[in-house]
Design a protein around this ligand. Structure first.
Ligand code: NAD
Length: 490
């Protein structure tokens, strides 16, 4: 039961929208071409879902929530999630190949993404029956308990950078908590979410528990975020669409979680153990070609160690290579021509502003000319006021910014509108702890950098990076609401 089937032209045909555990064509009958980023050519088609399909999916989710799915005990939901986790591992070869081709990412990254996706279902499978309320001491003669309840039907809109991980990250906790879901994945890359939903049906999820409607943002996406039958929204993507999601949520008087990316700093003091730090400092921006919400895109370096640290980073940067998934190099292409253009325009502006390129990696020999490759680049020193130091580029571009001392490092680190994650590198544990506690971000690493970290670690931002927490038990908090039950017994 593959999500895509081969057609005569060598282009995998669309199977449609997945509602009530069945494929059907989009109501419009329209389809969208899917381009392989490393090849720059169409290799698949997906359905262009729209308002009618979304309406059908939301109604299917409601039926499931009020019916078979909603009646399952927590441990039974957990068992289904765990079964899906195992099925993902059983099908990891196929899923990783699909993810790699759809996103252009190196095979090792695609493997890691599928393994992470499986971990979400394992983790939340185990958590489903361990998330509970409390009792509250109140007046004599009363017994008070709280209960965590699902919201009902949740609308999930996810981006194209980590489709498989996003699927696990947002659906895992939503389902564990007992919600029924409708997902609108990104039109640029959603073949893995479609395939994963087939696997979910195979794992035994009842009809309507998980519905996936691919389509364009302003059509299927807009229909989902504004649908009055949706009880909660979960969005990952750009701050601009995040504002739209929050506005639509407000109109329907519902809440939402927003994960909107960042401009995350890695703060490197002169006493850093450079040998240990170097691979991580570079990988934090190169992973997934920099198209990672938690990419370490600003390298803040203490002035007293600037030449030594930046020299070592530049040397490593210059050896980086971009290539196809099968070449399995340091990074792949960007997702689209549009994204490549966006990244290149940041680089062109930096050149116009007189910012030096300290090192530049390569596009590997043999990488297809039509692929959306961009050579990784290290810019510096980047003035704090420059757009390269403030805006999310979402590409393999690292900005080096010098700082004088601890206070200066914090001013710069906290000097953007974002606040998703941060890294602090120092051999002085007290200083590293002090700085980490003052950085404005949802997650801070000390002598490490996890690009979002493991499934267990609560993750999310402040201000322009969004709000709400995903991962860990915290996600179950956001995907449930609290009811207080007051019993008078005397
Ligand atoms: P986007 O916000 O437009 O797309 C993300 C998701 O939102 C996709 O599924 C898209 O179809 C959907 N969407 C778009 N318009 C919508 C609408 N009107 N209503 C509902 N859903 C809608 O992001 P993008 O255009 O793909 O990328 C632009 C920039 O956003 C990137 O360069 C990057 O800086 C940032 N971005 C961040 C993340 C992240 O993980 N935080 C992911 C992707 C992109």
């Amino acid at each position: 039961m593959n999500a895509q089937v081969s057609s005569d032209a060598g282009i995998a045909a669309s199977k449609g929208v997945f509602i009530d555990n069945h494929w059907s064509p989009a109501a419009s009958g329209k389809e969208i071409d899917v381009v392989a980023p490393a090849e720059g050519r169409v290799f698949a088609r997906i359905a262009a879902g729209g308002p009618e399909d979304i309406d059908r999916a939301v109604k299917a989710a409601r039926r499931a929530y009020e019916g078979e799915w909603g009646k399952l005990a927590a441990f039974e939901r957990g068992r289904l999630l765990a079964r899906l986790g195992l099925l993902i591992l059983d099908n990891a070869d196929e899923l990783a190949a699909l993810e790699a081709r759809d996103c252009g990412k190196p095979m090792k990254q695609a493997w890691a993404d599928i393994a992470a996706c499986a971990r979400y279902f394992e983790f939340y499978g185990g958590a489903a029956d361990k998330w509970h309320g409390t009792t509250i001491p109140f007046l004599n003669g009363y017994f008070v308990a709280t209960e965590r309840e699902p919201h009902g039907v949740i609308g999930h809109v996810i981006p194209w950078n980590y489709p498989a991980q996003m699927y696990g990250r947002t659906l895992g906790p939503a389902l564990a908590a007992g919600n029924a879901v409708v997902m609108k994945p990104a039109e640029e890359a959603c073949l893995t979410p479609l395939r994963l939903t087939e696997l979910a049906a195979e794992a035994g999820f009842p009809a309507g528990a998980i519905n996936v409607v691919p389509g364009l943002g302003p059509e299927a996406g807009q229909a989902l975020i504004s649908h009055p039958g949706v009880d909660f929204l979960s969005f990952t993507g750009s701050p601009e669409i995040g504002v739209l999601v929050q506005t639509e949520a407000a109109k329907n008087h519902i809440a939402c979680t927003l994960e909107l990316g960042g401009k995350s700093p890695q703060i490197v003091f002169s006493d850093v153990d450079l040998d240990e730090a170097l691979p991580t400092l570079v990988n934090a921006i190169v992973q997934n070609a920099g198209q990672t919400c938690s990419a370490g895109s600003r390298l803040l370096v203490e002035r007293s160690g600037y030449d030594r640290i930046v020299g070592a980073v530049a040397e490593r940067f210059g050896k980086l290579q971009a290539g196809t998934p099968d070449m399995d190099l340091d990074l792949g292409p960007l997702i689209s021509l549009r994204q490549k253009g966006r990244v290149e325009s940041f680089c062109a502006k930096a050149a116009d502003d007189g910012i030096a390129v300290l090192a530049e990696g390569k596009i590997a020999e043999g990488a297809p000319e039509n692929g959306f490759f961009v050579a990784p680049r290290l810019f510096g020193p980047v003035p704090q006021a420059n757009s390269l130091a403030r805006e999310e580029v979402f590409g393999p571009i690292l900005s080096v910014i010098p700082f004088e001392d601890e206070a200066d490092a914090l001013t710069i680190a906290n000097g953007t509108d974002y606040g998703l994650i941060a890294g602090v590198w120092s051999s002085n544990a007290k200083r590293a702890t002090r700085v980490a506690r003052k950085v404005r971000a949802g997650q801070v690493y000390i002598n490490a950098y996890g690009a979002g970290g493991g499934v267990e670690l609560p993750f999310g931002g402040v201000r322009k990076s969004g709000h709400g927490r995903e991962k860990g038990f915290e996600a179950l908090h956001d995907f449930t609401t609290l009811k207080t039950l007051v019993f008078k017994h005397d």
